[in-house]
Design a protein around this ligand. Sequence first.
Ligand code: NAP
Length: 276
Amino acid sequence: MNVLVIGGGNMGMTYAEAIAKSNFLTSGSLMIFDKSQEKQAELRANGLFDVHECLDTCLPEADVVLIAVKPVHAAALMDEMKPMVSSEQLFVSIMAGVTIDTIQQGVGTNKVVRAMPNLPALVGLGMTSFTASAHVSRLELAAIEQLLDTTGRSIGLTSESEIDASTGISGSGPAYIFYFMQAMMDAAWKMGFSKADARLLVGQTFAGAVELFNSSTLSPEDWMAKVASKGGTTRAALDSMDDNNVNALIQEAAYAAFHRAEELGKQTEGKEATHG
Ligand SMILES: NC(=O)c1ccc[n+]([C@@H]2O[C@H](COP(=O)([O-])OP(=O)(O)OC[C@H]3O[C@@H](n4cnc5c(N)ncnc54)[C@H](OP(=O)(O)O)[C@@H]3O)[C@@H](O)[C@H]2O)c1
């Protein structure tokens, strides 16, 4: 199988490196194309994949094409690809909010997988949700799942609406965690800790809690019950959060991201992928 990654930015580079370092391509080649010459030089220095200067030399050779450009560049890229695309090629898009239909129309072919990764893909701990057009076979989808898993874990969903919903949970989710971390660091500074100590206290607390959560089947509520005893310090903090409706507010925030993902998808369909 020949894989072509288009766009060598944060995400494209992450996928290309992860694929190159995995066992995914036991045979075939990994190609990458970015329109910027500066980026091409950077990619070449990496030495892990075939770097191409134009689409003509790589697109016709590709069995799988991973599109990793910003949504705002999607329409121009798809226009350029369209005359060179064959119906056997499978397109995987990680572009936020760009629908399967937009890609099918844009490149003039049917086999499309839409995936929504998240930022921890950069360190191999990504959570990617994906869904496919009906034209992608089970075998092809299993291969794409393996490809996506090179950057972490993935979940196959049955509709694009679920992709929008997963955007509100795992796609945008890392920022909610950072928000919470920032609030805890702000509290630590106010209590008199240095920035370095606050960073250590908060970072290691998050890492430890996540490790505990992933090491068992206990729910977050079970873990809260384990750590909070009646009349104790943790109970005081959890009671304060409950009194302030923090749980409901976080859910509201996740829904805001979900609805925004839906809106962006609609705008993109209307404008043929022109938002950023
Ligand atoms: N970052 C995330 O956490 C995240 C999460 C989920 C999904 N995504 C999606 O991942 C995609 C890529 O994001 P990113 O942060 O990696 O973007 P990025 O850093 O801007 O990388 C995109 C690269 O593609 C290049 N490019 C633009 N048009 C091109 C074309 N026609 N042909 C070839 N290369 C082209 C850009 O060059 P120029 O800089 O010269 O334009 C840039 O080097 C986006 O669609 C985003 O929605 C990102």
